[in-house]
Design a binder for this molecule. Structure first.
Ligand SMILES: [Zn+2]
Ligand SMILES: [Zn+2]
Length: 294
C-alpha cells in the first residue's frame, strides 16, 4: 500500500516539475494593419519576429514596451515582400545580423526592393523547418506577391497560425491552421466602406477585392467558421485597413458568426496598427487584446 502511494506521489511530482521549470511561450502582436505588420514570439530558445513591416525604430520601441530589444532576436520569418511586411527588415538583417527566413522568390523580390543583397535562410514553400525549439510549417496563400506564405508555429505550449494577406481562404490554408490554438486572421476591409471609399481608384479596389487581394470582414468570418475547433482559444483579427474598416465592425461580424456556432470558448480581439496587443501567454486562458486597444 505504502509503495503504491509513494509511486503515485513520485509520478505526480514528475508531472509537475517540468511544468514549473519551463518558461511560458509569449506572443505579442507589435502592430498589424494595412500600413505595417509585425509580431513577436518568445519561447525557451527562440525570439522570433513574424514579419518586420514596421520601421526599425517602431520595432525597437514596441519591443522595449515588453522589455525586449532587436539585438536579441534569433530570427525573422517573412510571409512576403510587400512593404507593410518588410519595412524594417533590411536594417535588422544588415546592422544587427538577425537571420531571415523566407522562400527564394521572396528573397529575390526583397533584394530588388532594397537594391542590395539580403542573406536569407531559404525554405521551400510547403516545407517545415526548425528555428531552435519552434517548428515552422509554411504553406502557400493566394495573394498578389511572388510566393506569399502563411505559417503555423509549433511550440511546447501550443500552435500559433498566421493567415493574413490572402484573397480567399483555400481548402489548403483552412486545413493548415485548423489545429491552431492562437490564430492571426486577416479582416482587411468592410465591403461597404471599401465600395464607398472615394480616395481609392477603382483599379485598387478591384485588386483588394480580387481572389489574390485581401479578406473582407465577411470572408474572415466565413474562414473563422471553417477553422474554429475546440483547440482554438485566441483569434486575433489583423491587417485591418485604416480607411475601409473599423475594429468594431470586424469584431461584430466575426463574433456574430462564432456566436451562431456556439463557439464561446474563442476569445476574439482586433489587433491595432498603432499599439502592441497585450502579451499573450500561449496556453493560458487570459484574453488576447484588452478591449480598447483595438
Ligand atoms: Zn500586408
Ligand atoms: Zn501583401
Amino acid at each position: 500500500m505504502g509503495d503504491i502511494q509513494f509511486s503515485a506521489f513520485r509520478f505526480a511530482l514528475q508531472d509537475f516539475v517540468p511544468t514549473l521549470a519551463r518558461v511560458s511561450v509569449q506572443f505579442t502582436i507589435l502592430g498589424s494593419g494595412s500600413s505595417g505588420n509585425c509580431a513577436y514570439l518568445e519561447t525557451d530558445e527562440a525570439r522570433l519576429l513574424i514579419d518586420a513591416g514596421l520601421s526599425t525604430r517602431q520595432i525597437r520601441n514596441r519591443l522595449l514596451t515588453i522589455g525586449r530589444t532587436p539585438e536579441n532576436l534569433t530570427g525573422i520569418l517573412v510571409t512576403h515582400e510587400h512593404h507593410d511586411h518588410i519595412q524594417g527588415l533590411a536594417v535588422l538583417a544588415t546592422k544587427l545580423s538577425v537571420p531571415i527566413y523566407c522562400n527564394r522568390l521572396t528573397k529575390e523580390a526583397i533584394e530588388l526592393l532594397v537594391e542590395a543583397p539580403v542573406r536569407c535562410n531559404i525554405f521551400s514553400t510547403g516545407a517545415s523547418f526548425d528555428v531552435n525549439d519552434v517548428r515552422v510549417d509554411t504553406f502557400s496563400v493566394p495573394h498578389d506577391a511572388y510566393d506569399p506564405v502563411g505559417f503555423l508555429l509549433h511550440t511546447h505550449a501550443g500552435q500559433i497560425g498566421f493567415l493574413t494577406d490572402l484573397g480567399h481562404a483555400t481548402k489548403l490554408v483552412i486545413e493548415r491552421v485548423r489545429t491552431a490554438n492562437v490564430l492571426v486572421l486577416e479582416a482587411n476591409h468592410d465591403l461597404k466602406l471599401l465600395q464607398d471609399d472615394t480616395r481609392r481608384p477603382w483599379s485598387i479596389k478591384q485588386r483588394i477585392l480580387s481572389r489574390h487581394g485581401h479578406l473582407s470582414n465577411a470572408a474572415a468570418a466565413e474562414a473563422a467558421e471553417q477553422i474554429v475547433s475546440a483547440e482554438l482559444r485566441h483569434l486575433y483579427l489583423g491587417h485591418l485597413s485604416g480607411d475601409c474598416n473599423r475594429p468594431e465592425i470586424a469584431l461584430a461580424t466575426v463574433n456574430e458568426r462564432l456566436a451562431r456556432l456556439g463557439a464561446a470558448h474563442v476569445s476574439v480581439a482586433a489587433a491595432s496598427q498603432d499599439v502592441p496587443c497585450a502579451t499573450l501567454s500561449v496556453g493560458s486562458q487570459t484574453p488576447a487584446c484588452p478591449t480598447g486597444t483595438a
